[in-house]
Design a binder for this molecule. Structure first.
Ligand code: B3K
Ligand code: ZN
Length: 886
């Protein structure tokens, strides 16, 4: 019976409606007859009634499948014995225990959504999280159905010499007709979203790791043969990750082989399929000539992230997709501390907070705001968000702050031990930490339930006679869609007190008998307002509040610019030192914006200038930190600090400030640049990376002086360097200056690198973020260039994504051209790849924060998208939520 005519508009899934699966799958035998145009899948499932449920229809999810046949306990079912529609296969009257054989056919070469089994270059590969497995075969495609999978793949041996799936390789063989076969078995029960299959003509680089219990694990990276020289960094990163997870979390790898495959067409960064991680090629391949320091750094952290999922995600998985942050928040927190341990902890924290503030705070303040554990979704792919990932990581980090390092390890040991092989909830995670530490986190759990970024207001008072210092903390949280009022959060606030020489002061609270031992103490704010009284405070201190960014909140602390300058110079907490500098820059830049709006004469604060000079002169300070401290906040971040974002004034103000700093401190930038220019062979390590980041920062200030000689310097750097970090930094600066040198540099760069996709994407990106006035025209022209293919998500992100998200002054052009361009691309993309289309729409998240004229133009573009027939659920959900924004 075919019910496909009863199609409905996208429907909402609610956490409150969760029900345990009715039938469980004990074993899945999958047989693939692989072919690009038509792949046949025979799925044999050993199933039984869930003892926790009642008998009823047996329902399987399915999407874009050609159903060939269904057999129940060896007997073919007639059409009348099952129901099939575009989303499911329903079999009524099944026995308590049964074996089902379902045969389907799929078409990998027509799959432009890149979900399920698809064709990419010379590869066939899969992406199943969250709901891609249902595009391979009918299945209870939900994370709480965990199954032992055995996978047989048959294909032409010439075209598909390598055939991979999860687990260990059991057997393989040849047929006489030129086809060959392999059988993979994964002994660990897993949900379908962790299933993976790859086939192709791939080069394999192999290594080994000996686990802490002495087991040998084979490590393999599979790549297109032309990339065989690009695997070393990922392999080193993998071994570092395996060792770190043993040392820090006591987690050992659990199969004989761990495989990574690089794929050119991929919707996101990478995927943690059990034993067979699939990576976006850009997130795994690197050589010093083709990848920047940032790429090396990101690759190290993504390799770690996916590897860490083996425990936080795979061994212990999510009960339902509302629990996504259970694995993602925790795993991001784990990869962040891994990166902090292996590189510079201060730089890592600054980058994490910068990302959180610029992306997550904006999401939390906009129409898509949702809790770390959401209550509803239309399309789950839309919930792989910065809130689930980055805010989720902050929430786990706060738990660690509250129970301490040792207590946290006790808690995670209990969690992994208690729930190994289970599909659980964020409540189960918190419960394990509570039980291991005898602590009550019930109020803390509001961080999982309430959306929005809390505001933390700080007031201080000093009594010189009593030598008492009181710190009053007050919290509030703005309304978010569906959540008008909020209950008080449990906020860990790390605080230090500094005397006038910049030394930390004792921090004994009035109710305590003995002195507090330590420079920073974590105060627990659990009420709307609380005052903390410090005694024996010999002079009025400057309080350094929210050290290390101990909670994901907006700090409202009215320090004067002089106090900020003091903290910027003296705070012993490097994060707060950087943050004080940022706040000072924000104050100064917003003042310039105000002057621009009032048409006043512009001037740069001498205080800021002298602070920057001191930082640049500081020989003791880590060059990476100097580079961070000298980096002005982005235009997007500045826009988020204004009640009504004035893109043009912000751009003008930032350019003005940058130029003033550049001109005033030119001799210092020059000297630092030259002293960092000693030729040295590229190495990826914290010290060299720090030097390159400061060197490139100096070059960017020198270029901002508009002295034509500095362009020559960029060119020289591009000529003599041995690495992409310095080459791209030079190119980026040249691309902002009109003229023949620019065009020549771009052409030469392309000619040199057109064979390399990762580098070509950088070439697209630098042009997309150019400040030159004709940038949109150039972006449009580049879409017709041989280097661009709209079906490739990396190309789309590099060109369209960069233009719309990181070129605010052109994207928000007054004439609406940027918005119309985006709408046009979204409508095109939605037909090909809804997930990528929905992501691009994110550029309009904050549309209500601009002036009325721009709001009208953005609204018109949103309405144009909404009016389109047959929108995907992905775009439909975002566009309707945006349009509902007040
Ligand atoms: N778990 C995957 C993300 C899957 C996205 C699905 N649309 C990668 C990661 O977070 O490790
Ligand atoms: Zn993840």
């Amino acid at each position: 019976m075919d019910l496909s005519s009863t199609e409905q508009s996208p429907k909402m899934t609610l956490l409150a409606n969760y029900q345990v699966p009715r039938y469980l799958v004990d074993e899945a035998l999958l047989h693939f007859d692989l072919d690009k145009a038509k792949t046949r899948v025979i799925s044999t499932l050993k199933m039984r009634l869930n003892p926790a449920s009642e008998a009823g229809d047996c329902v399987f999810d399915g999407d874009s499948l050609d159903l060939i046949s269904v057999k129940l306990n060896g007997k073919s079912l007639a059409d009348s014995e099952y129901k099939v529609d575009s989303k499911s296969l329903i079999i009524p009257n099944v026995p308590e225990q049964f074996e089902l054989e379902i045969i389907t056919e799929i078409h990998p070469d027509q799959n432009t959504a890149l979900e399920g089994l698809y064709h990419s270059g010379r590869l066939l590969c899969t992406q199943c999280e969250a709901e891609g497995f249902r595009r391979i075969t009918y299945y209870p495609d939900r994370p709480d159905v965990m199954t032992v999978f055995t996978v047989t793949i048959v294909a032409d041996a010439k075209q598909w010499p390598v055939m991979l799936s999860n687990g260990n390789l059991e057997e393989q063989g040849q047929f006489n007709d030129g086809r060959h076969w392999v059988r993979w078995h994964d002994p660990h029960p897993k949900p379908s979203y962790l299933f993976a299959l790859v086939a192709g003509d791939l080069y394999c680089q192999q290594d080994h790791f000996t686990t802490m219990s002495g087991r040998e694990v084979t490590l393999r990276i599979y790549v297109d043969p032309e990339n065989k020289h690009k695997c070393d960094h990922a392999l080193v990163s993998l071994k570092q990750s395996m060792k770190w997870d043993e040392e820090v979390y006591g987690r050992e790898y659990d199969l004989d082989v761990f495989m990574i495959v690089a794929v050119n067409d991929f919707n996101m960064g990478a995927m943690e399929n059990k034993g067979l991680n699939i990576f976006n090629a850009a997130c795994v391949l690197a050589t010093p000539e083709t990848a920047t320091d940032d790429d090396f750094y990101t690759i190290q952290s993504i390799v770690a992230h996916e590897y860490f999922h083996n425990w936080s995600g795979n061994r212990v998985t999510c009960r339902d997709w509302f629990q996504l942050s259970l694995k993602e928040g925790f795993t991001v927190m784990r990869d962040q501390s891994f990166s902090a341990d292996l590189n510079s902890a201060a730089v890592q924290r600054i980058d994490d907070v910068n990302g959180l503030r610029s992306m997550q705070f904006a999401e939390d303040a906009g129409p898509m705001a949702h809790p770390v554990r959401p209550n509803s979704y239309i399309e789950i792919s839309n919930f792989y968000t910065v809130t689930i990932y980055e805010k989720g990581a902050e929430v786990v980090r706060m738990i660690k702050t509250l129970v301490g390092d040792k207590g946290f390890r006790k808690g995670t040991d209990l969690y992994f031990d208690r729930h190994d092989g289970q599909a659980v909830t964020t409540d189960d995670f918190v419960k394990a930490i509570e039980d291991a530490n005898s602590i009550d986190l019930s109020q803390f759990k509001r961080w999982y339930e309430q959306a929005g970024t809390p505001e933390l207001t700080v007031n201080t008072q000093y009594d010189p006679v009593q030598q008492r210092f009181s710190l009053t903390l007050r919290q509030s949280c703005p309304a978010t869609p569906g959540q008008e009022t909020k209950l008080d959060f449990h906020i860990p606030v790390a605080v230090g007190l500094l005397d006038s020489d910049g030394n930390n002061m004792p921090m004994q609270l009035a109710q305590e008998k003995t002195a507090y031992d330590g420079d920073t103490r974590v105060l627990s704010l659990t009420e709307t307002e609380q005052t903390f009284e410090f005694i024996h405070v010999s002079e009025e201190p400057v309080a350094s509040v929210l050290r290390g960014f101990s909670a994901p909140v907006k700090l409202k602390y009215d320090l004067t610019n002089t106090q900020l300058a003091f903290l910027m110079a003296h705070d012993t907490d490097s994060f707060n030192r950087w943050d004080a500098g940022q706040q000072l820059m924000i104050n100064v830049l917003l003042q310039i914006v105000d002057d621009i709006q009032k048409q006043n004469t512009l001037a740069l604060s001498p205080l800021l200038l002298s602070q920057l000079e001191a930082v640049l002169n500081d020989e003791q300070l880590d060059p990476a930190l100097i580079a961070k401290m000298l980096t002005l906040p982005t235009e997007n971040y500045l826009a988020a600090q204004m009640p009504v974002a004035d893109v043009d004034a912000i751009h003008q103000a930032r350019e003005f400030a940058k130029r003033q700093i550049a001109v005033s401190l030119k001799p210092l930038f020059n000297a630092r640049y030259e002293s960092l220019s000693k030729q040295k062979k590229y190495q990826f390590n914290a010290e060299d990376m720090a030097a390159r980041s400061l060197k490139n920062l100096c070059l960017s200030y020198l270029a901002a002086t508009a002295d034509p000689l500095q362009m020559q310097r960029c060119l020289r750097q591009m000529k003599v360097t041995d690495n992409m970090t310095e080459l791209l930094a030079g190119l980026r600066l040249m691309v902002d200056q009109a003229g023949s040198e620019r065009e020549h540099a771009l052409r030469a760069f392309y000619e040199q690198w057109k064979h390399d996709r990762q580098v070509v994407d950088k070439w697209l990106s630098v042009q997309a973020v150019s400040k030159l006035p004709d940038t949109l025209l150039r972006v449009k022209a580049l879409m017709k260039h041989e280097a661009f293919n709209i079906k490739n998500p990396n190309n789309v992100r590099a060109l369209i994504g960069q233009f719309c998200r990181n070129n605010p002054v052109h994207f928000h052009a007054k004439d609406g051209s940027g918005y119309r361009f985006l709408a046009e691309q979204i409508l095109k993309l939605d037909k090909l790849n809804p997930q990528v289309a929905a992501r691009m729409l994110g550029a309009l998240n904050s549309w209500r924060r601009y002036d009325i004229e721009r709001q009208e133009l953005m609204k018109a573009s949103l309405e144009e998208i909404a009016a389109q027939k047959d929108l995907s659920a992905d775009v439909y959900e975002i566009v309707t939520k945006y349009l509902a924004a007040q």
